[in-house]
Design a protein around this ligand. Structure first.
Ligand code: C2O
Ligand code: CU
Length: 492
């Protein structure tokens, strides 16, 4: 295992991403940022320098569990203070899992502004994947807007971060073999449903005429929006891109075909012998009901009545040093109220409030989290929300339509549930996950659509924080932990 060093300068620059010149938030003048490539067991040491003039920043390493280094998770207000303009923060952590991951800004809407890149962790040399392939390439899918992230921040009233990847339908089948860094039972598809924060590996056999170009297409499908599909060409040899394929680009599947998407989700199952099975029972069940409502006229998202407000003192430091006034230490509810909440209509009771409560999980406990999807603020709309958990990979125990009720745990798949770090909740349905709270730190669990998280759609889990050692001062140098550091200096 090696230590690999990177230097990342975060800055704005002008670029024509889709022919229109705009400013983009990139790294070392690159967009997307440089690809990090490492081997399992390596340590990455990435010096991130904030070259912006007025904004703080931080980078999250999506899918990496951060065992022993919870302060390197890169979530502003949760695990660290923002890196101020001119400052450098050193992220040092181990990559303990092979897979296709990525990194991205985790402050405000900086991901929307372009701050992301790929992070690929290979198996150690000599170790083989349980399938064969001759070559590989990596596709990083993202949205791009012609309005700036700042403008979105101010006018935050948009949604739809969602993809459907469509391969040329007649000739290229894809075999899905990996999801979020874990092998899955291979299954064949024409289209891949991929949600923000997920990663998949697919195998494609190059058995077509090598003298032709082929279409590769990506389309949104959360709602009936007019964004055109993104197209690119795929070929086996170097063929001029002006030689367009002889057939038209594939037609994206119709956006309201929800059933087919549920079928896709249910096909993702662990490859036996490669994924540990979940503990048979859980010791705590938390049922989360995210909903959208107005708070003082602002449209916010919230979970079990609380819209997560960002704290000036990151939780990791506040919990570690027991700072009673840093946030609201009362426990949020393990279930939603009222019990008979009608998930088929917009919220009726308007009880959503801003808040900063966090779930304290008993160290090493097995926890089930059920995410119950509901109708949003607008009648007859329930969206897809991809939920991402930091610090863990979780087993996806099941999905079903309607409301989760006692007894539905009988539907859980305990035999071959996949391990993932991001999972979707389908409209008006629930999704159940299980994980062991065995990673000392403070971890966010949130909808991965950045505007949703930015307006409160997330919760925070704290576990075993007493075991966290060696938080770098820089991660604490703001808010109340900043004061604590200053007082210590003064008295010494
Ligand atoms: Cu990739 Cu908290 O997110
Ligand atoms: Cu969402």
């Amino acid at each position: 295992a090696k230590v690999r060093h990177y230097e990342f300068n975060v800055e704005y620059f002008y670029k024509k991403i889709d022919c229109v010149e705009q400013f983009v938030l990139g790294i070392n003048r690159q967009f997307p940022g440089p690809t990090i490539r490492a081997e399992v067991g390596d340590t990455l040491e990435i010096a991130v320098t904030n070259k912006l003039s007025t904004e703080g920043t931080a980078i999250h390493w999506h899918g990496i569990r951060m065992y022993g280094t919870p302060w390197a998770d890169g979530t502003v207000s949760i695990t660290q203070c923002a890196i101020n303009p001119g400052e450098t923060f050193i992220y040092k952590f181990k990559v303990d899992q092979a897979g296709t991951f990525y990194y991205h800004g985790h402050h405000g809407l900086q991901r929307t502004a372009g701050l992301y890149g790929s992070l690929i962790v290979d198996l150690p040399k000599g170790k083989k994947e349980p399938f064969h392939y001759d070559g590989e390439f990596n596709l990083l899918l993202s949205d791009w807007w012609h309005k700036s992230a700042q403008e979105q921040d101010v006018g935050l009233l948009f949604k739809f971060v969602e993809f459907r990847w469509v391969w040329e339908p007649q000739s290229h089948k894809m075999v899905v073999v990996e999801a979020d860094g874990h092998y899955v039972q291979p299954f064949t598809v024409d289209n891949l449903d991929i949600y923000s924060g997920e990663s998949y590996s697919v195998l494609v056999t190059t058995n077509q005429n090598p003298n032709q170009n082929y279409w590769l297409s990506v389309a949104h499908r959360d709602a009936n929006i007019s964004t055109t599909q993104a197209l690119t060409l795929l070929n086996y040899k170097n063929i001029s891109p002006s030689a367009l394929p002889s057939f038209p680009p594939p037609v994206p599947p119709i956006w309201y075909d929800y059933e087919e998407r549920k079928v896709f989700t249910k096909k993702v199952l662990a490859l036996s012998g490669h994924t540990p099975q979940p503990p048979k029972n859980s010791q705590r069940r938390i049922v989360l009901l995210p909903n959208q409502d107005l708070i003082d006229g602002y449209l916010r998202w919230g979970v079990n009545g609380i819209s997560l407000s960002h704290q000036t003192t990151p939780y990791l430091g506040s919990v570690k040093f027991n700072l009673k006034s840093a946030f609201d230490w009362k426990s949020p509810l393990d279930h939603y109220v009222p019990y008979d909440y009608d998930i088929t209509v917009p919220p009726v009771n308007h009880t959503l409030t801003m808040g900063s409560r966090i779930y304290q999980l008993q160290f090493n406990q097995v926890v089930d989290v059920i995410v119950q999807n509901t109708n949003s603020f607008v009648p007859n709309i329930s969206s897809f929300h991809p939920w991402h958990l930091h610090g863990h990979h979780f087993w996806v125990l099941g999905h079903a339509d309607g409301k989760f009720k006692d007894g539905d745990e009988k539907l859980f798949n305990l035999k071959n549930p996949p391990l993932k770090n991001t999972v979707v909740t389908h409209p008006y349905g629930w999704t159940a996950i299980r994980f062991r709270a065995d990673n000392p730190g403070v971890w966010s669990f949130h909808c991965h659509m950045e505007p949703h998280f930015h307006t409160g759609m997330g919760v925070v889990f704290a576990e075993g924080v007493e075991h966290v050692k060696g938080i770098p001062q820089q991660a604490l140098a703001c808010g109340l932990t900043g004061k604590l550091l200053m007082n210590k200096k003064r008295s010494s």
